[in-house]
Design a protein around this ligand. Structure first.
Ligand code: ADP
Length: 260
């Protein structure tokens, strides 16, 4: 059984096609990088997995369940880490409360959390190394710390599949690296399936099992060695691309968009 399977999926908004004839399968336990420029359908792909948009055509199965008929069960299996969001620093929600939100699907909104939920929250915060800041207002944390807390929220949900939508965009390079390494480590420890959306394939080169290049269709899907070739990437970006090697890995250099 695949963790995620798309069969000939087309998603349209009004008359704009966001995804066209997309078919692929992701095995359980894989780390998949999803790469493409703005508007290439990356967020739409995640929304389709979560059942937030309905395909005009095709079928989507998550852990063998059809999204059209098993949405509630599917959502319980999926943790979602959003893009770095600007949170009002005065927003009074505490770090531990953000993580507890990951338990709502299991607790139900109107019941009180039990000891077990609180223990799961504690463990999730420890796993992302944020337990010491549990009583801080969420809005006081740095961008990198906030992303760690969102990761803890997804862990507290005890999900099997983790969707991350550009979780490191806007963070400094060392915070980016430490979050990506953390996600890769948690993936190994918990046998998670990870779909990681990014603009920057180089940032996930070391941790991804396969990379999917999107341009409203799948342009390429394979290991880094298979897809990071100039003749493949020429079809992905509309600007010149060079593939170099660094530390034995392909490294993609995309020309500066502003040069033209
Ligand atoms: P990405 O995440 O790669 O930037 P998206 O999945 O957000 O791409 O968008 C894919 C295409 O669908 C884009 O052309 C975008 O303008 C369009 N689109 C996305 N969301 C909507 C929406 N809610 N209504 C209309 N068009 C949308």
């Amino acid at each position: 059984m695949k963790a995620v399977e798309f069969r000939d999926v087309t998603v349209e908004y009004e008359n704009r096609i966001a995804l066209e004839d997309v078919s692929f399968g992701i095995e359980r336990g894989e780390f998949i990088g999803i790469v493409g420029s703005n508007g290439s359908g990356k967020t739409t792909l995640l929304k389709t997995i979560l059942g937030l948009v309905e395909p005009a055509k095709g079928e989507v199965f998550i852990l063998g369940m059809d999204v059209r008929t098993h949405l509630k069960e599917i959502r319980e299996k999926i943790g979602y880490v959003p893009q770095k969001t600007r949170i009002n620093p005065k927003m009074p929600v505490l770090v531990k409360e953000v993580v507890l939100m990951g338990r709502y699907g299991k607790i139900g909104l109107f019941r009180s959390p039990r000891q077990k939920d609180m223990e799961i929250v504690k463990k999730a915060l420890e796993e992302v190394d944020m337990y010491d800041l549990k009583d801080e207002p969420f809005g006081h944390l740095s961008g990198g710390q906030q992303q760690r807390v969102y990761l803890a929220r997804a862990l507290a949900q005890e999900s099997e599949i983790m969707l991350l939508d550009e979780p490191t965009t806007g963070l400094d390079v060392s915070s980016q690296r430490s979050i990506i390494e953390l996600i890769a480590r948690l993936k190994e420890e918990k046998d998670l399936t990870v779909l990681f959306v990014t603009h920057d394939v180089n940032s996930i080169a070391r941790v991804s099992d396969r990379v999917m290049y999107l341009k409203n269709r799948i342009v390429a899907f394979g290991t880094l060695e298979e897809v990071c070739k100039e003749e493949v990437l020429r079809n992905v970006y509309d600007v010149p691309v060079q593939v170099l090697r660094s530390d034995g890995m392909p490294c993609v250099i995309v020309s500066d968009y502003h040069v033209h």
